[in-house]
Design a protein around this ligand. Structure first.
Ligand SMILES: [Zn+2]
Length: 132
């Protein structure tokens, strides 16, 4: 086990410690995010506006996507990730999801070879994506 000096007090601390046992200085500020498996779509997190999730997904070109930038919760994540330019078709990578307030309607666009559809009436769940 490696020992590293605490930047605050100089005490030698295990490199795996989350805080210095001598002075309490936090040593690992970035929480380790364990990506979740691709859930298909985001319907199970509807209503959790403000929630951030990270998924390991494989880009796909099949599946019906509604919206652009903000997508309906029933749009498949793996297809949204390609539409949003985060993953190539067949590419495996991390996709960060933000659950956002639902929109009154969702606009369709063609991006990165994926044509997303309009959804003209309110839908009760929505999300945005970013590179994980
Ligand atoms: Zn310390």
């Amino acid at each position: 086990m490696a020992l590293v000096p605490c930047p605050e007090c100089g005490w030698n601390v295990s490199s795996k410690a989350t805080a210095c046992p001598q002075c309490g200085y936090p040593l690992q500020m970035e929480p380790i995010i364990q990506p979740l498996p691709d859930p298909g779509d985001l319907r199970q997190w509807e209503g959790e506006v403000g929630r951030t999730l990270v998924f390991l997904a494989v880009g796909q070109i099949t599946g019906v996507v509604y919206g652009s930038d903000v997508y309906t919760s029933d749009s498949p994540l793996a297809t949204v990730a390609v539409h949003a330019g985060i993953l190539q078709p067949g590419e495996t990578g991390l996709v960060r999801v933000y659950m956002v307030p639902p929109l009154p309607s969702y606009h369709g666009t063609t991006r990165n070879g994926i044509r997303s559809l309009e959804w003209e009436t309110p839908w009760h769940g929505a999300y945005r994506v970013e590179r994980g």
